[in-house]
Design a protein around this ligand. Sequence first.
Ligand code: FES
Ligand code: FES
Length: 172
Amino acid sequence: MTTQISLRVDSEDKTLEVDTRTTILDALREHLGNTSPKKGCDHGQCGACTVLLDGRRVNSCLTLAVAHDGAEITTAEGLVENGELHPMQKAFIEHDAFQCGYCTPGQIVSAVGMIEEHRSGWPSHATEGPRVENLSEKEIKERMSGNLCRCAAYANIVPAISEVARNGGEAR
Ligand code: FES
Ligand code: FES
């Protein structure tokens, strides 16, 4: 069974006809040709497919498109605004935090979503006490633990995210 849905993807309105079993990841990649989010495991285990869905990070491989008709989706590509890289993208470059083309888009989107979750007061498993204070290295590692790579080349990601967090984590 197919149905028509609308999505706002990276600031552009899109209408598409999808099988009701289509995930947002497949809607983006197969229907809209947006290959920024990657299909790593297709099982919610690697984070390569992470996008912002109405501002919150999700594993798009586990999220059905029909359940989010009218939603706003931001991919790593859509973080660029008026030709200018997002502060998180700049920080990844400055700290040499880039990994491969496969996992990096998900890492960057996840980092942007994570800072917003922290700002909203969401705790993580690493949070001690009733309040979430600064994003410590332990907090960042825990909050990014859903984004995996097979190469363990993570060394510079934490400093990149720390810098953006220190600067207030502003979207821009
Ligand atoms: S492809 Fe979605 S979590 Fe791995
Ligand atoms: S999977 Fe991308 S650097 Fe390891």
